[in-house]
Write a protein that binds this ligand. Structure first.
Ligand code: MOS
Length: 756
């Protein structure tokens, strides 16, 4: 590729100045004159009949402007793949924290007083708190009417099972017969929160014409627009969703969070209403990552070739399906692992329990499934007397291999990732000292599809306006897209002004999710840029009297045949004569072919432009306290093409920090349906002093589809940390912990290592 001006360069992100100077306006900051404070009243019972809900006393309190319950709003069931949710519980509550009423008042204090004045009477119902109990014959049903709910047809449902996805390849029983050794293990993982720094927040305001505007920190404005239309029974064309600056999302802000409550209250009160969730609400009633129970049975030959694998990953999706059905299906691809396995039977299940409705979190299912797969790879290596790196190298997928569902893989950088991560961590010396050990884990992940549209317009000064429906969730992905646009138009990123994520002003975008933003918006920019160039050359040709084929785009000008004209002049002429220079670019990733016969109930049957990665860690464990000290952490990630290395490294650092929390300390602890640690003292996220320096190695095996070869980079770094850490702890101590988080207590008491 010839010399590039902007792509691949460490240019500062477009939102850098606003973020570091504190001038960026987040949803939590946002306010309008007369804004009321909204508050949600939540169930205190995990499963109960809702006998009485009396709001009269609350509504009469000073400052209270609106109180609403299920009786005041349209009776609608909404949801993604499965429509099982209601805005408020009506006849029964299904988890502690489920909304049963909402109110708006002139002050926060008045809202709190009113919330406390709402009288509720419950009649407890038998509840289920774990997936095994929920799947047992005769278990209480969370949704006795589950069969009547609307769902996408491919889901396989039955009682408390809201999806059972499956991959079948080869003949797993015959595969086990060919195996010299068969390994069976169970792994479990905990419910964890995304830990975004800004709580979910929204401000809703209706105007006199019946148009609703919602300012929100959502990742998906168009999804919120559609869901609000469904809930409010108002056409989407009347609903404007504008995304503010966002203090992190990581999948926790993919669905309506508080927008619908704000909109319903604002309608009733006739004034703008703002809702900002509390930390307690976040830890009790948001969309955290599902806990899982994973069973793996793997057959290998003496020389370490995997010949058969049977696996089942069961997700506790909580009281509603949420993203559970999709997460359970994508999980099967991760649970198969980035390995060549001729005989496979992998299942992913999403199960209802009386807990909060779990959701998506950065590489949904990735860390849980990877923890099981990559822990077991080390257990197999140890049992066979093989080096864990060598065992992986004997089985990993390479160019031209088939993935578990039959997709043919290309530009597979996995071997290079493994080799470089191992070299960087000094793999030759795996146990450098007593109590010290190194671990490695590898994996793969998808670059999510979905369509992206952009408008690109030439401003009067020759600079360029980029309008995209995608939100900037903090990853700098829109800076990446702007770099691609700048490259295509021969301008600097500083010459691009960005408008994003407004359902009225910007084109549709599938949203800031799934590691797709720079990839898809970047490709849409390439297409729009080609159209901008076409318009520029047509106009310049007329103005200069030079044929189009002799023209070229230079730095903010078009030149050819010894003539030249500035973009600013072309913009002015176009504005005066033809409505300006403006282009629309759209992109949707082409489908990835796979073998349909291998999959069942799969929402995501193949990985698009897959990325590959390996993590390696060097740590010590204190034999007295079980305390883990990480000395070095290395990530080698095949990013296809690094559009901006600085922010990819930022994604890697952030993903590893979150992954280390899941590995070592984070867990939303439930007992009998109640969260015991709904605060940030007892829910232990790592802080800046806990996270080591993360060393990043960017490996580039270009994607055929991605802009300049880029692959999705945002989610992957979150996948491997639990497995890498578990393997290093096992190397350091000889203790194999098969349940997350790997707390000091578990290490010292050797819990979950009994089968060793
Ligand atoms: Mo992500 S979990 O697709 O924000």
């Amino acid at each position: 590729m010839s010399e590039l001006r902007t792509v691949g360069k460490r240019v500062p992100r477009v939102d850098a100045r606003a973020k570091v100077t504190g001038t960026a306006v987040f949803a939590a900051d946002f306010s309008l004159p007369g804004t009321l404070h909204g508050r949600i009243v939540r169930s205190t019972e995990p499963h109960a009949r809702l006998v009485v809900i009396d709001t009269r006393r609350a509504a009469a309190l000073p400052g209270v402007r609106a109180v609403i319950t299920a009786a005041d709003i349209p009776d609608v069931r909404y949801g993604g793949a499965l429509k099982d949710e209601t805005v408020f519980a009506n006849d029964r509550v299904r988890y502690v924290g489920q909304p049963i009423a909402a109110l708006a008042a002139t002050s926060q204090a008045a809202a709190e007083a009113a919330a406390a004045a709402i009288e509720v009477r419950y009649e407890p119902l038998p509840a289920v708190f774990d997936v095994e109990a929920a799947m047992a014959p005769g278990a209480p049903l969370l949704h006795p009417d589950w069969e009547t709910y609307t769902a996408i047809p491919l889901l396989k449902r039955e009682g408390n099972v809201c999806n059972r996805a499956r991959i079948v390849a080869g003949d797993v029983e015959r595969g086990f017969e060919e195996a010299d050794r068969i390994f069976e293990h169970r792994y479990t993982t905990a419910m964890v929160h995304q830990g975004y720094t800004e709580a979910r927040a929204a401000l809703a305001s209706w105007d006199g014409s019946g148009q609703l505007t919602v300012w929100s920190n959502t990742q998906l404005p168009f999804e919120v627009q559609n869901t609000l239309a469904e809930i409010l029974q108002v056409p989407p064309g009347k609903i404007r969703v504008v995304v503010t600056a966002i203090g992190g999302g990581f999948g926790g802000k993919l669905r309506v969070g508080v927008e619908h409550f704000a909109a319903l209250l604002a309608k009733k009160a006739g004034r703008p209403v703002k809702i900002l969730t509390t930390t307690e609400e976040e830890l009790v009633a948001s969309y955290p990552r599902q806990s899982t129970v994973i069973d793996l049975r793997t057959g290998v030959t003496k020389d370490g070739r995997i010949v058969a694998k049977q696996g089942r990953i069961v997700f506790d999706t909580g009281a509603f399906a949420g993203s559970g059905p999709g997460v359970a299906s994508v999980a099967t691809l991760v649970l198969a692992g980035p390995y060549r396995i001729p005989n496979l039977l992998i299942e992913g299940l999403a199960i209802y329990t009386n807990k909060t409705n779990c959701g998506s979190y950065r590489a949904p299912s990735g860390p849980q499934a990877s923890f099981a797969v990559e822990s077991q790879m080390d257990e197999i290596a140890d049992a066979l007397g093989l080096d864990p790196l060598e065992l992986r190298l004997r089985n990993i997928v390479r160019d031209g291999d088939e993935g578990p569902t039959g997709q043919v893989l290309s530009s597979v950088g996995l071997e290079e990732c493994l080799e470089r991560a191992a070299a960087a961590i000094g793999w030759g010396e795996r146990r450098p000292a007593p109590g010290r050990g190194k671990g490695i884990a590898c994996g793969w992940w998808t670059t999510t599809g979905g369509s992206s549209g952009v408008y690109v317009k030439l401003n009067a000064d020759g600079s360029v306006a980029l309008s995209t429906g995608a939100a900037e969730i903090g990853s700098a992905a829109l800076t990446g897209a702007a770099q691609i646009l700048a490259e295509e138009l021969g301008i600097d990123v500083a010459d691009i002004t960005l408008v994003s994520a407004d359902t009225f002003a910007t084109p549709f975008d599938f949203g800031a999710q799934g590691s797709r933003t720079a990839f898809a918006v970047g490709n849409a920019c390439r297409i729009a840029a080609a159209e901008v160039r076409r318009q520029l050359f047509a106009l310049a040709s007329r103005e200069l009297g030079v044929s189009e084929d002799r023209l070229a785009l230079g730095e903010r000008h078009v030149s050819g045949g010894g003539e030249r004209i500035a973009l600013a002049d072309l913009a002015r002429i176009a504005n005066q004569t033809g409505g300006g220079i403006i282009a629309h670019g759209t992109f949707i990733a082409p489908p990835t072919p796979y073998d349909e016969k291998r999959v069942e109930a799969h929402v995501y049957p193949a990985f698009h432009s897959p990325s590959f990665h390996a993590h390696a860690v060097d740590l010590s464990v204190d034999p007295e306290t079980g305390d883990v000290e990480i000395h070095r952490y290395v990530v080698a990630q095949d990013v296809g093409r690094a559009i901006n290395p600085t922010y990819i490294e930022g994604q890697i650092e952030g993903g590893v920090a979150q992954g280390l929390g899941q590995a070592l300390s984070e867990e939303i602890v439930y007992r009998d349906g109640r969260v015991l640690n709904p605060n940030l003292t007892d829910y232990k996220m790592p802080t800046a002093v806990d996270v080591p320096r993360v060393e990043s190695i960017l490996v580039e095996h270009p994607s055929v589809v991605g802009p300049y070869g880029a692959k999705g980079v945002g989610e992957p770094p979150n996948i491997e940390p639990p497995a890498a850490v578990a393997n290093a702890i096992a190397a350091a101590t000889g203790v194999r912990i098969r349940s997350l988080p790997i707390t000091a207590e578990k290490i010292v008491t050797r819990e979950a290592s009994a089968c060793r």
